[in-house]
Every structure is written in structure tokens, then in C-alpha cells.
Design a protein around this ligand. Sequence first.
Ligand code: 5CA
Length: 163
Amino acid sequence: MGTEVTAPGGSLHRVISALAKWGLDGRVRMLGESTRTSQDAANALGVKVGQIAKSLLFMAGEEPILVIASGANRVSERKLEAHLSSKVRKARAEEVRDLTGFAIGGVPPVGHKRHLRVMVDEDLLQFAEIYAAAGTPNAVFGLTPKELLEITGGAVLDLKEEG
Ligand code: 5CA
């Protein structure tokens, strides 16, 4: 565990603080292996890839939208556009860092630099427990889908690319 991430204001610390506000203390797990991608995280945890809640940033014009999707799914930009009545594109890596305060591979569902509108993939609701990134590419935290909805205020939607 490097001093940089554990320092107050560091990436991991910001997620731990955000979770503590919701009473979710002691949830973060540091792993010896990479959790940079959903598949990495699933392998490291020994869970299904569908149980990984990946946090992906999209831009609807000027508005950033955080989509929290099941690791088993690709997000349909067409469905997202239909829900938002706006054209949508994936955020660039620099936009992800600027708008969330985290780098790709560790973007968490909470603890962002600014408030983000959140949309949650309905497929995450089928699991008793799911796992999300905790700010770095080797930290995750476990929670229930209900807790995810509470802490993000996210809207549950059908967002999966079919086929
Ligand atoms: N820590 C893991 C599991 S929780 C994680 O963060 N997975 S993830 O899926 O949320 O993050 C990787 C995602 O970042 C990819 O699915 C992809 O959508 C996005 N990504 C990867 N490279 C880029 C890039 N250059 N620009 C924009 N987005 C990217």
C-alpha cells in the first residue's frame, strides 16, 4: 500500500471517506492482483464478472453521466441516448480524470470531485453482493445493489447492448 493513495485526499482515501458517510466502513479491500478491468477484479475476488459494477463516464453534450454497469455487459449508447433524449459519447481519459478525480481503471461509483448524474444497469440488481472500484486499480469494495442505489442516487435502467 503506497503512501500516496492512503494519504488524506488521495484516491483511496476519498472513496473510504465517501463510504464512511453512508456507514459503509471497512468495506474496501486491497488486492495483491490488478483489479483494473472487470475481468481482473472478478478473477482476483473469485466472483462472476457480472457482479463487478464498472463505473463508466459518458458525455451527454456538456453533462457528464456516470453509468454503473454490470461487468458482463457493454453499455448501449443508443439506449442511453433514448433515456437522456440527447446524443451521447464516451468521455475521454482526461475528461474522466477531470470530472471524477480518478483515473480509468479505478473510477469508483462515489467520492467524485463533483456531483454526477448516475444511471445503474438493472442487471446488477440480480446479485446479493456486487463489487466496485475503490479509486485505484487494486482496490475494490463490496456492497449490495440496494446500497449502491442509496449511495449513488442512481436511476435503474435497461442499458445493456443486446447480443
Ligand atoms: N477497477 C475495474 C473494475 S471495478 C474498473 O475500473 N473497470 S471499468 O470497466 O470501470 O474501467 C475500465 C473502463 O474504462 C473500460 O471498460 C472502458 O470503458 C474505460 N476506458 C478504458 N480506456 C479508456 C480510454 N482511453 N478512454 C476512455 N475510457 C476508457
